[in-house]
Ligand binder design. Structure first.
Ligand code: TXA
Ligand code: MG
Length: 347
């Protein structure tokens, strides 16, 4: 049975609950905890048996490596073979925060964590409860996003309960995730460094600090990647149950295409949805229209994406048309997740 606690602020009751759930980790169990990006499904990163439980609970293919979470800068040293100078700079500027740094792994990291790779991704989350939990557990915590494999990542407590209640030893429920998309992943084992997964820490921010930074072609190409440098990239991700398609074109073209598509389904017993924006919602008269947020606030749209995809599922929507989003430095991560959720299908 899953032990579920709710922690909003770090008071005395929270401290007791944290101790209880941290002891589940110490005993080789699995516990879901909140972070600023998405909820994580954690276990002792140095315990191979505990790591296997993460893969089992998620239904995750075991060739997809996990991120190791720490709550103290001094912990990096023993987890990696060496810390490149540029990685130290990143830690100073962006940690704690939504940035995962790939480095050569130290021998203490079990191969179960890294899926056999000789590198490890390390992250210091910027969330008071995550930090307190990791400190109380007293070990680095390996944690993927706390969703069943293939489902949209969990940004709210109810998403975690939907996917993992009964499948993990403990769950810490808290406020909704502030950012809503997973951390930026950057490979620092090569120079120039390569962004493997875009996130809230943008390319422009990274380049300002590091100079040249490359982006994995898995991110830049709008096709299902064949050659993978981050194993997680090749699997279907974030998908709602309904069939999600991204509608491309100019703003006018997108609107006209969607209106036409909706009219095709008129009178048919199929539930159609549109993932629109505050600015475009009123353009559509049929179907279940849901706004991702304001087009002028990419942060708000990012925070809402996974929750909105799950809302379509709750409403039993079978076909979802998502308006495409103009690409810029601030929207790269959002677009990356949207396209993946759509399995790179476009109209
Ligand atoms: O924000 C986040 O990063 C969240 C929270 C819980 O911290 N975690 C998360 O974990 O998103 P996960 O497992 O869902 O995604 C980890 C990503 C995968 O794409 C994986 O392939 C990549 O990081 N990754 C992990 N270790 C790697 C490594 N050694 N080399 C290349 N890619 C790696
Ligand atoms: Mg994930």
């Amino acid at each position: 049975k899953t032990k579920i606690v709710c922690i909003e602020t770090l008071d005395r009751t929270a401290e007791k609950n944290l101790n209880d759930l941290a002891s589940l980790i110490k005993n080789g169990g699995t516990v879901v905890f909140p972070t600023e990006t998405v909820y994580g499904l954690g276990a002792d990163a140095l315990n191979p048996q505990a790591i296997k439980k993460i893969f089992a609970a998620k239904g995750r293919p075991d060739d997809n490596p996990l991120i190791v979470h720490i709550a103290d800068l001094n912990d990096v040293q023993r987890l990696v073979a060496e810390i490149p100078e540029k990685a130290k700079t990143l830690m100073k500027v962006f940690w704690p925060g939504p940035l995962t740094i790939i480095m050569e792994k130290a021998a203490v990291i079990p191969t179960e964590v890294t899926a056999g790779l000789n590198t490890v991704g390390v992250r210091f989350p910027d969330h008071p409860i995550a930090q307190a939990f990791i400190k109380t557990a007293g070990c680095p915590i390996a944690a993927p996003s706390a969703n069943r494999s293939g489902r949209p990542s969990p940004t709210q407590g109810k998403h975690v309960l939907e996917d993992l209640d009964g499948r993990v030893d403990g769950i810490i429920l808290s406020s909704d995730a502030e950012l809503g998309l997973e951390s930026t992943v950057i490979d620092m084992t090569i120079d120039p460094p390569v962004v493997l997964r875009p996130g809230d820490i943008t390319l422009a921010e990274l380049r300002e600090v590091l100079g040249e930074v490359k982006v994995s072609t898995n991110v830049t190409e709008n096709v299902i990647p064949e050659k993978v440098s981050s194993p997680g990239m090749k699997y279907t991700h974030y998908s709602p149950n309904g069939d999600l398609v991204v509608v491309k074109g100019t703003a006018t073209e997108i609107r006209e295409k969607i209106i036409k598509l909706l009219s095709n389904y008129k009178g048919k017993p199929m539930t159609i949805g549109v993932l629109a924006s505050n600015e475009t919602m009123a353009d559509y008269q049929e179907g279940l229209i849901i706004s991702l947020g304001s087009q002028s606030d990419p942060g708000e749209m990012a925070k809402n994406l996974f929750a909105r995809l799950r809302t379509f599922d709750e409403l039993g929507v079978e076909k979802i048309y998502a308006e495409d989003i103009p690409l810029n430095n601030e929207t790269l991560a959002l677009i990356n997740r949207l396209y993946k959720a759509a399995g790179y299908t476009f109209i």
